[in-house]
Design a protein around this ligand. Structure first.
Ligand SMILES: Cc1cc2nc3c(=O)[nH]c(=O)nc-3n(C[C@H](O)[C@H](O)[C@H](O)COP(=O)(O)OP(=O)(O)OC[C@H]3O[C@@H](n4cnc5c(N)ncnc54)[C@H](O)[C@@H]3O)c2cc1C
Length: 393
């Protein structure tokens, strides 16, 4: 069977690419349903983009690579598409847009766009072999009980990263990219909870607090969630993308206002109030109980000298912790690193070495922050490749 374009992976990027590439396009996936990560994303409501998307919200060895695709197919373009399909949505927080209904609406929208463009989809399809003879790509596929050989002018690598292998994530895109002479940067789990081997926060499990979490590279003002195995919540997931094994993170548990001034003022007017009771006005009670043991907090406010209050607030505002690891690809939302962008055109997503070979989405060394940015990258890069293919790149 001869086709124009074979897309490996019916995820967010692959489906968006197929919707642009047009007739003669076949998308194949080993899963039973397309867009499984879209389905489970955002707690089932899919945080499909972010109003404030800009290049600074992405990590990668080349901080400029993603600019072109993000500016040619923007968050506003995707919002238009969602609105044209009558999908209701809302901003939850920090520009994050979610469906009012189910995330499957986004999958249905992409399937409808693919059908309109004349693209085919084979699910439950095993990719046995992929080759290139210098002009064409040949793929050997096992689908619907038979082995099929497909010859295509274009091959799009859209099988995503390694996160959540249980959902079918594989390193196929990296393996094929390497086979075609591309470099792949070091890959690591990102947007992932951090763990402590001594399970020191087990008693606090389920407690959340607003905080600023930072390291030498950057910082995020969002919630921290204490878990049985360590730390999670948006601020931790965000910093995990910038964290390396063996490094410390710093947590400011009172990022708003001046805690020291507040405690001194209360000491003046409420001197007989217990110190931990007062801290309970600023932090969750269970967290205060935990810190009371760690910092040996006792006595009334009036018992605390300026030096003692300074020591306590310094600790709460600069709580330095060294995680022992992360939850890994088992729960990571994305994979940091991937196909080296230096080998790919930032305009078309086409390989600079092998004409007709494209790479898009999470498989590439472009990783977004938490908050809809990773899907926006999938839409923008998928659109760039699909449009280039339609225009005969
Ligand atoms: C739990 C969770 C929640 C998330 N929530 C959000 C969110 O709300 N907002 C956001 O922006 N991002 C979110 N993300 C990240 C987002 O899902 C990914 O960045 C995005 O799906 C990447 O799109 P992709 O098309 O590149 O890859 P994927 O969506 O992973 O698609 C890859 C496809 O390739 C297929 N495939 C893989 N290997 C093979 C193989 N060997 N043979 C055949 N097929 C193969 C897979 O089955 C899959 O269908 C979330 C991720 C997770 C895990």
């Amino acid at each position: 069977m001869q086709i124009t374009t074979l897309i490996l992976g019916a995820g967010a990027a692959g489906m968006m690419c197929a919707a642009q590439a047009g007739p003669g396009t076949l998308v194949v996936d080993h899963a039973k349903r397309p867009g499984e990560k879209i389905r489970i994303s955002g707690g089932g409501r899919c945080n499909f983009t972010n109003l404030y998307t800009e290049p600074a919200n992405f990590l990668g060895q080349n901080p400029h690579f993603h600019k072109s695709a993000l500016s040619r197919y923007t968050q506003w373009d995707f919002i238009d598409l969602v609105a044209r399909h009558g999908i209701a949505y809302h901003e939850k927080t920090l520009g994050q847009l979610f469906c009012d209904g189910k995330s499957t609406q986004i999958i249905e929208m992409l399937r409808a766009e693919m059908a309109q463009a004349g693209a085919d989809l084979w699910l439950d399809c095993t990719i046995a072999e992929v080759d290139h003879d210098g002009t064409h790509f040949t793929a050997t596929l096992d689908h619907a009980g038979t082995r099929k050989t497909i010859t295509a002018q274009n091959l799009v690598l859209a099988t995503g990263g390694k996160s959540i292998p249980k959902m079918g994530a594989t390193g196929l895109a990296y393996d094929l990219a390497k086979r075609f002479g591309h470099a792949v940067t070091e890959t690591r789990p990102a947007l992932v909870p951090l763990t402590f081997s001594d399970q020191r926060f087990a008693a606090l499990s389920g407690t959340a607090a607003p905080a600023r979490v930072s390291n030498a590279r950057t910082g995020f003002d969002e919630a921290v969630l204490f878990t049985h195995r360590g730390l999670s919540g948006p601020a931790i997931l965000q910093i995990s993308s910038y964290w390396r094994d063996g490094e410390e993170i710093e947590i400011d548990l009172c990022p708003v206002g001046d805690l020291l001034d507040a405690l001194k003022a209360q000491r003046h007017t409420q001197g007989r109030r217990n110190l931990t009771t007062e801290l309970g006005h600023h932090l969750p009670t269970r967290l205060v109980d935990y810190l009371a043991q760690e910092l040996e907090l006792k006595g009334n406010l009036a018992d605390q000298s300026d030096a003692a209050l300074t020591r306590i607030t310094d600790h709460l505002r600069h709580w330095r912790l060294k995680p022992t690891g992360s939850e890994g690809y088992r729960t990571a939302e994305v994979t940091l690193g991937g196909i080296d962008t230096n080998g790919v055109s930032s305009k078309t997503m086409m390989s600079k070495n092998v004409p007709g070979l494209f790479a898009i989405g999470e498989a590439m060394d472009v990783t977004g922050w938490l908050g809809g940015y990773n899907f926006q990258w999938a839409w923008s890069s998928g659109w760039a490749a699909g449009t280039a293919i339609r225009n005969g790149a």
